[in-house]
Design a protein around this ligand. Sequence first.
Ligand code: GDP
Ligand code: IMO
Ligand code: MG
Length: 446
Amino acid sequence: MSNNRSASTASAVVGLQWGDEGKGKLVDLLASEFDAVVRYNGGANAGHSVVVGGQRYALHLVPSGILSPGVLAVVGNGVVVDPERLLEEIKTLSERGVDTSAMVISDRAHVVMPYHKAEDALREELLSPAADSGPTQTKQVVSAIGTTRRGIGPAYADKVQRATAIRIGDLLNPEILRTKLEMICTLKNSIFSALHPGEPEQFDAYELTEQFSALGEQLRPMVKDTAYLLDDLRHTGKSILFEGANATMLDVDHGTFPYVTSSNASALGIGPGSGVPPQAVTRIIGVVKAYSTRVGGGPMPTELFDEVGDGIRTRGREFGTTTGRPRRVGWLDLVALKYAAMVSGATELCITLLDVLSGEPELRLATSYAMPSGDTDRFVADGILLGEATPNYETMPGFSEDITGARRFDELPANARSYIERIESFVGVPIRTISVGPDREQTIRR
Ligand code: GDP
Ligand code: IMO
Ligand code: MG
């Protein structure tokens, strides 16, 4: 590795809302222009749908680049990996005829263990409304996050705790793994038995060592130091595309905390999650749904509770790729979007699911918030305070044409073009891609 030699720059696809913006579709569309597609954050909480030739694939831990032959699919150190799920996903893809031989996993990625999933579920149950009626009757400030229960938060918490963490590299060394797990299981069992007195000990270090060493052996051929790998790629003129999981509004530092995920799900997570320095990433494509959706708890100022929202949910098939939960639906929030574009440093935007808005007589865009302290055009990056925001809307005329066949910007109805141009002028970032359907071809490049 040398900093003196010139290195190629990298691009990124990152969600600018609360997830499910259509990142998978865009990554798949772009992947063949790159040598490697790299995941840097999140885990199996992500669900990226890709439709190729009428076939739908749902990717959770495997980078969406896997569907493009010859593209290296890299799971970076910032990802939390559930080895069993990852191996299952690879197997399912192989059975469907996808070549999965070009997969690499960082030895420094952290492992989601069974106790992480148990902790995730337990914490959610403790925070759910039924648990709010304890003897003190204290009103809960924070209710359930509505996590995917994939063990994401507890796995990242153990990473930051350090001593209680297991990394992919540890799975290749049974002696180290067993020693770590003996201490970890003692600790986890005592926490669980304090919460569930009288229940038998749940986690056995010996059994987990056996199970996870076996999983490690299956992963071994894919495990590498991906920081060096990515640096070598960049210094041999190869191009890299980062695939963000989750989204900017779910970023643990800059999203609607505490209703967020546990990683830097904005573009800011690329450096720590991959080992590629920030100045290397020169093109950042922010993906934005033409309206808003959110899964799980937390504030969403433009949420719709009426038949307009129901219509968008039905037409947009807004049900989670990972959990199948119905997604909450609302108008596009330009206050939040402009903030997200700022935080993620978006150099261009891709607007998706524009076709879903067809048939709405009016389209509304939130351009500022009414707060108890007065109006503001600044986003309130706090999941409790944001609950007090009432959006102020701008209304634009809608369009009723079927736009799924449009392939050029000038083929869109005038009202659809005006809607796109209004988003662009408000956010101040060019919209270079417009998606009008789930298929690769249903895309307009400007
Ligand atoms: P991701 O998590 O950001 O990759 O997004 P998901 O795959 O979870 O959710 C996006 C959904 O919208 C998927 O079912 C896609 O197939 C679908 N989709 C993507 N782009 C479009 C589009 O332009 N129009 C329509 N109707 N569906 C789309
Ligand atoms: P993709 O990559 C939508 C949400 C969950 C929950 C919160 C925390 O498909 O866009 P977690 O399990 O991460 O602890 O849950 O974050 N969430 C997502 N919502 N799309 C995602 O990923 C998400 N990843 C996490 O619903 O509200
Ligand atoms: Mg998704």
